[in-house]
Write a protein that binds this ligand. Structure first.
Ligand code: E4P
Length: 226
């Protein structure tokens, strides 16, 4: 299972790549806002970071960038997607899973511009992303959890459908908020999970590891001759 970082902050992307070897990045308008930069500056900075780190190439290090969410007509989405995608070969264009969005994603994939169908909340939506040959589909998890909905069976159903139908589209478990979900997605053989740096780092820890280190350090210090 690959790990993407859900962030548009360069310091977080740099740390997650250099320390933990993340495989790509996903952004959304909320992450761009949190970076404190205007949209075009934030994504240009990520494009420059890609060059500095010799990571050019969509398959080497894909970065999902969401176009203006106000656009609700396929032709406007296609125009915006073409402009953003021309900025960096690593950019995958996030398109919302709506009627107009799927139509735009289909046209973009046919034109060789790779897409990530986002804001997916059901298996029936995920099927459409697979059918049109999107590079990625992003079923959201955290948002459904917040709404008190099941997420394990929902992701299992999507994974089963994709494996049976042999869609080339890779599944990104999006908005992952816990180590428990990371383990569940690995168990379901989901292709990729994306989460914040905090969730990623928290998933490396366990209180017993901290407790164990203290216990063993005390023993070390009290060992005769040390
Ligand atoms: C994936 O692309 C993201 O996880 C998705 O956009 C949701 O992110 P957020 O809920 O952490 O903002």
């Amino acid at each position: 299972m690959k790990f993407f970082l859900d962030s548009a902050k360069l310091d977080e992307i740099d740390k997650a790549y250099k320390c933990y070897g993340i495989d790509g990045v996903t952004t959304n308008p909320r992450h761009i806002m949190a970076s404190g930069k205007p949209f075009l500056v934030a994504i240009s900075d990520i494009a420059n970071w890609i060059k500095e780190n010799n990571l050019e190439g969509m398959d080497k290090f894909p970065v999902s960038v969401e176009i203006n969410p106000h656009l609700d007509k396929a032709e406007d989405m296609i125009k915006a997607a073409k402009e953003v995608s021309a900025m960096c070969e690593n950019f995958v264009i996030k398109i919302p899973c709506t009627l107009e969005g799927l139509s735009a994603a289909k046209a973009l994939e046919e034109a060789g511009i790779r897409t990530n169908v986002t804001l997916v909340f059901s298996a029936s939506q995920a099927i459409q992303a697979g059918r049109i040959g999107a590079k990625f589909v992003s079923p959201f998890i955290g948002w459904k959890e917040n709404n008190g909905e099941d997420t394990y069976n929902y992701m299992a159903q999507i994974a089963n459908i994709y494996h049976n139908k042999l869609y080339d589209t890779e599944i990104i478990a999006a908005a992952v908020r816990s180590g428990k979900t990371i383990a569940e997605m690995a168990e379901l053989d989901i292709d990729i999970i994306t989460c914040s740096l905090q969730v990623l780092e928290d998933s490396f820890n366990h209180p017993y590891t901290t407790f164990g280190l203290k216990t063993f350090s005390d023993a070390w210090d009290n060992t005769k001759g040390n």
